[in-house]
Design a protein around this ligand. Structure first.
Ligand code: ADP
Length: 282
């Protein structure tokens, strides 16, 4: 499902001046079956923006098209409920919401409100596999898993509904290196193997530089730029102006170009770049 924002404005408080709106006339397109990154300083409106995609908040003006759904301030409740199953939203630190004593119960919990007929046990095994785990986790206590495993269980709980779009808010925050790597692989798999449309909010620009297809920059509620990750993340001035960290690979290739006039080519992962440079200096 494509997601299209058409002149969307949003305010939490209708009494404040238009200049202080949380989102200001945002128009953008997030492409289906791609990884779309949203970056911007804290408070720029990223979380608010994604909450409009599953109807958790409704635009004050303008509309959001999510596949065939039109989300505007007139949308009816029934449509919002349908939309919520199509768009899975994984909040920051989702594992903090766990409250069941086994992984199986945690995954089954949300399904009591889901009216489509599915075989719950089979679905649970399926989503565990999707997040790189297996049935040996079924009876484990979710509170006693590693940070990375907890995060993957929380994502699996959202995948139970088989959403077409999955939104991840800061998926790598607080994970150790191993957990972060597994999560990066999981996000890739969601796109390539399970054909999901993925939307990721993150300050982890090195992760985004590896996996994103498109990057959208928000600042003070305005859309500043939207483009391929290569266009956006290699515009160092644009990143600096908007207080966004520069991916390590982009910073290094730019420095080599500025100092030595050498074009190192397109690399998205620092280890690949190091290997290439190493080959040339041996
Ligand atoms: P980001 O995700 O980029 O950090 P948010 O979307 O969380 O930004 O917040 C954008 C702005 O909206 C901030 O100024 C924040 O204080 C404000 N805001 C967020 N949630 C609420 C809320 N529930 N009520 C009022 N203001 C809010």
């Amino acid at each position: 499902m494509d997601v299209v924002f058409d002149n969307v404005c949003f305010t939490y408080n209708r009494n404040i001046p238009i200049a202080n709106e949380v989102l200001k006339e945002v128009s953008l397109k997030m492409a289906k079956n791609k990884i779309n990154a949203i970056v911007g300083p804290t408070g720029s409106g990223k979380t608010t923006l994604v909450e409009l995609i599953n109807g958790l908040s409704l635009p004050t003006n303008g509309r959001v098209m999510v596949g065939d759904f039109i989300v505007d301030h007139n949308i009816d409740k029934h449509k919002i409920n349908l939309l919520r199953y199509k768009v899975g939203l994984v909040f920051q630190f989702p594992e903090e919401q766990f409250f069941q004593t086994t992984v199986k119960q945690e995954l089954a919990f949300g399904m009591q409100y889901f009216h489509h007929k599915i075989k719950i046990n089979e679905r649970i095994s399926e989503v565990l596999k999707m997040v790189g785990l297996n049935d040996s986790f079924l009876d484990r206590n979710p509170f006693k898993l590693s940070g990375g495993e907890k995060r993957r269980i929380a994502i699996a709980a959202i995948l139970m509904f088989d959403p077409e779009i999955i939104i991840l808010d800061e998926p790598t925050v607080g994970l150790d290196n191993g957990g972060r790597k597994s999560l990066i692989n999981l996000i890739r798999r969601l796109k390539y193997f399970y054909r999901k449309t993925v939307i990721v909010i993150s300050h982890d620009v090195d992760m985004l530089y590896q996996i994103a297809d498109f990057v959208h920059i928000l600042n003070k509620g305005e859309l500043i730029a939207s483009g391929s990750k290569y266009e956006v993340f290699n515009d160092i001035e644009l990143l600096l102006e908007n207080n966004i960290s520069i991916p390590k690979v982009a910073a290094f290739t730019r420095k080599v170009y500025d100092k030595k006039g050498l074009n190192l080519g397109k690399y998205y992962e620092i280890n690949d770049l190091i290997k290439m440079v190493y080959k040339h200096v041996q």
